[in-house]
Design a protein around this ligand. Structure first.
Ligand code: SAH
Length: 216
């Protein structure tokens, strides 16, 4: 089998694995077919990019498992007119998937190096509607608020207040909550005219949301 056949086959299995784990939204599947996860993983792990596994990235962080990216993206239900804030850029993969579905994506990370490297990948892939910033996402992004959608890809004990207040009415936030390293739950918060609705979606495991900037 040639190398390109092999890659095509691995990508097909990748999409099959997503479907079998509950990622059924056609728009989400198309976005994940279009964004090459291999562009967001470096070195020895790059060849495992199409496996449904989290993988290590720089700064001791991880790129999430693709099926979890798919399920979170599906739960967020972002549309072509939406402005999305992602907290926890990491490799930039999740932001890239969101950029196919939304009008504009702001993504922030407390590691300057991750924000910078992700920005370089976005430019190389011509994903011009993503703004990558080094900043403490536990405060949200007040200058650009409010947002139609907020996705948090690091776990907080509770939904951070600044993020809840930066959500538009009708807006949706998806985030893992719980003590780090124990069981966390993925939850969906919807801001209504009168308050906030909470829905628990599934158990997940994410690195912790840490307040303040990192040293690198
Ligand atoms: N969405 C990423 C994976 C996220 S890993 C991807 O697609 O690859 C979680 C990320 O959250 C890490 O990069 C970590 O640095 C970041 N993070 C943790 N606390 C943060 C905070 N307060 N503000 C911004 N980013 C934070």
């Amino acid at each position: 089998m040639s190398e390109s056949d092999d890659l095509a086959q691995r990508k097909m299995q990748f999409l099959f694995a997503l479907r079998s784990k509950g990622v059924t939204d056609a728009r989400v599947l198309a976005a994940m077919e279009r964004i090459d996860r291999g562009a967001f993983v470096r070195g020895i792990f790059a060849e495992r990019a199409y496996e449904d596994m989290p993988l290590p990235i720089a700064c001791g962080q991880t790129i999430s498992q693709p099926s979890v990216v798919g399920l979170m993206t599906q739960a967020l239900a972002a549309g072509p007119r939406d402005t999305v804030l992602e907290i926890g850029t990491g490799s930039g993969y999740q932001a890239a998937v969101l950029s196919v579905l939304a009008r504009r994506v702001y993504t922030v990370d407390r590691h300057r190096r991750l924000a910078r490297e992700a920005q370089a990948v976005f430019e190389a892939l011509d994903l011009a509607n993503i703004v990558s910033l080094a900043s403490d996402g536990s405060r949200g992004l007040p200058d650009q608020a409010p947002f139609d959608r907020i996705l948090v890809t690091a776990a907080a004990e509770d939904p951070p207040g600044p993020l809840l207040s930066q959500l538009k009415i009708g807006g949706i936030m998806v985030l893992p909550v719980g003590q780090s390293d124990t069981v966390q739950s993925l939850i969906r918060v919807t801001r209504t005219e009168t308050g906030l609705d909470y829905e628990e979606l599934r158990p997940v495991r994410f690195v912790p949301l840490i307040e303040g900037m990192a040293g690198d």
